[in-house]
Design a protein around this ligand. Structure first.
Ligand code: SF4
Ligand code: MG
Length: 315
């Protein structure tokens, strides 16, 4: 069913080897070109694991990823190289991923030179142009990472990703470490770059407000499983899954706190040892008998949306 640039499919059918998480999600997700898909869930729900698998950093033992119509294991070297360059990650803490002993001109420009995207002699001009596109002055090209603020370092990380001409950016809590005012600036930057560079995003965050702002479609995860997938509009206007509804109820609280805030809805069980039946049943206000033993499947609950809850499939 795949075959268009920017498609990453069956991602969520994947399992992590040696299992930090037993099963990651069980939904076939096709990311459409140019789309922003938000992946939401509390800490520890497996979002980062999914991100790492999608980017090809962690290996899969089941499930599959396709890129531009080709499954990962079937790729030729050239296709695998195109995947590695085409799917780039933006991390929460850019500082940890920026070599402190390298100048920004090399941090941003070296990968592009190594992969033959620019000649060594053109690197500086290429980097300066990218720096300006992400809102940094090219005059800072010879500085080191520690000479920049957190928001500027995130911009360096973004420029470095853009330098290899990706089609998909996977952003894992990419604004979570930033002050709220800076978060908005960086989110706006992502949106501007989407147009200019024809980018597709997977935007992973525990912050529903951030995801609402940026996403076209949202995947709600709970304990390593997708429990609801819907367009942002449908999800926020008319949430289906009880867990989604609980998250949305927390949203005003989250906004009132202003700072990045983790909603607390009772204890989060370990994804390693999820409860039997519906993984959400110990926290669900609508729990029924069958929820304790029978795992609900993702079923259509409207055009282009699915949800995994027994309330949608009465016996
Ligand atoms: Fe709640 Fe049952 Fe639906 Fe799970 S399946 S979300 S426990 S009502
Ligand atoms: Mg994480």
């Amino acid at each position: 069913p795949i075959g268009v640039i920017g498609h990453v499919a069956n991602l969520f059918g994947a399992r992590v080897k040696k299992t930090e998480i037993k099963a990651v999600a069980g939904v076939d997700l096709q990311v459409r070109r140019g789309e922003v898909v938000g992946i939401v869930g509390e800490s520890g729900c497996g979002k980062s694991t999914v991100a790492r698998m999608l980017a090809g950093i962690s290996s899969l033992s089941a499930g599959e990823i396709s890129y531009q119509g080709v499954r990962l294991p079937d790729m030729t070297r050239e296709q695998r190289r195109a995947f590695d360059l085409g799917v780039q990650m933006i991390f929460q803490d850019p500082f940890a991923s920026l070599n402190p002993r390298m100048r920004v001109v090399d941090i941003i420009g070296e990968p592009a030179v190594v992969h033959g995207i620019v000649k060594s002699s053109e690197k500086r001009d290429y980097v300066i142009e990218l720096m300006e596109k992400v809102g940094l002055s090219g005059a800072y090209a010879d500085r080191y990472p520690h000479q920049f603020s957190g928001g500027q370092r995130q911009r360096i990380g973004i420029a470095r990703a853009l330098a290899v001409k990706p089609s998909i950016l996977i952003c894992d809590e990419a604004v979570a470490a930033l002050d709220v005012s800076i978060q908005a600036q960086v989110l706006n930057l992502f949106m501007d770059l989407r147009e200019e560079f024809d980018l597709t995003y997977l935007f992973i965050s525990h912050n529903l407000g951030v995801v609402e702002h940026i996403s076209d479609r949202v995947v709600i995860m709970y304990l390593g499983k997708a429990v609801e997938v819907a367009s942002t509009e449908d999800l926020f206007d008319n949430p289906n899954h009880p867990y989604t509804r609980l998250l949305l109820d927390q949203l005003p609280l989250l906004e009132a706190r202003e700072r990045d805030y983790q909603p607390i809805i009772g204890e989060l069980p370990s994804p390693l040892d999820p409860p039997p039946g519906c993984p959400f049943h110990p926290r669900c206000p609508h729990v029924m008998d069958r929820c304790r033993s029978e795992m609900p499947q993702l079923l259509p609950v409207g055009p282009d949306r699915v949800s995994a809850c027994h309330l949608n499939a009465p016996v």
